[in-house]
Write a protein that binds this ligand. Structure first.
Ligand code: ZN
Length: 252
């Protein structure tokens, strides 16, 4: 069975997570379960008993922006991430009102990346959220030489084309989803990403706390693959095979 890999979803926030994970396994679906806070990561860790689930340790910038996570949570996240092979969702979001907390977000992101850099883990994978802050995220990653020590995946990349070029040059990976490919710019970016750095994701569920549906995840990943097939030069079998192989290597 050809496996499908969702490289960024919030399985732990689905009330029926176990049922989704089980059904996903039957469908040949492997999930990178990203989390938004140390509490979320602790609550989600039990999902790793499913053979097709890898849970990452994260601190989402929105949780800093809305005041839900403070310095103690950042310290906890930095400790947990330092010991984790899978890290995310972490990052920076300087869009709209969230810009007001840019210094706190930057401090948290730098702290987590620094503690990862100081505690290398073989095969570490980091899923990164960067909205209106790709340059700042790249500055931090570069300062700690992260793209060379681990796999840095920009989830749903939305920066400028210069920032995309810089991330590519640093060897970053990119996970793309259906909503990214719904925009012209997103499709253009997805066309330019090197095949060996291209991954799929759903970022499901739409709203954290929504019921999950493994069949819908598989459908969305397949649909994303179909759009990539339309916009890229590779034949679909090569595209699907390469994405699956890269994902398997990262999660294996
Ligand atoms: Zn997410």
């Amino acid at each position: 069975m050809e496996h499908l890999y969702d490289m960024h979803c919030h399985l732990g926030s689905m009330p029926n997570a176990d049922q989704v994970a089980k059904r996903a396994e039957q469908l040949g679906l492997v999930l990178l379960n990203v989390t938004v806070s140390p509490t979320d990561a602790n609550g989600s860790a039990r999902l790793n008993h499913h053979a097709n689930v890898r849970t990452a340790c994260g601190l989402h910038p929105w949780w800093i922006a809305n005041g839900a996570c403070g310095e103690e949570d950042v310290a906890r996240a930095a400790l947990m991430c330092a010991a984790s092979r899978f890290v995310g969702e972490i990052g920076l979001d300087f869009s709209g009102g969230r810009m007001a907390t840019a210094p706190q977000q930057q401090e948290a992101f730098d702290w987590i990346i620094q503690s990862c850099a100081e505690h290398p883990v073989t095969g570490r994978v980091i899923s990164i959220h960067a909205v209106r802050a790709a340059s700042e995220a790249l500055d931090t990653l570069q300062r700690f030489d992260m793209p060379h020590n681990s796999t840095c995946i920009f989830h749903w990349f939305s920066g400028t084309s210069d920032e995309l070029a810089r991330a590519r040059a640093l060897g970053c990976y990119f996970s793309v989803n259906a909503r990214m490919l719904a925009t012209k710019r997103g499709r253009e970016y997805a066309r330019q990403i090197p095949l060996d750095k291209l991954l799929l994701e759903t970022d499901a569920p739409k709203e954290l706390g929504d019921q999950g549906d493994a069949q819908a995840l598989a459908g969305e990943l397949t649909q994303t693959l179909d759009v990539l097939d339309d916009i890229r030069i590779e034949r679909k079998e090569l595209l699907a095979g390469s994405i699956a192989q890269t994902s398997q290597e990262l999660l294996g």
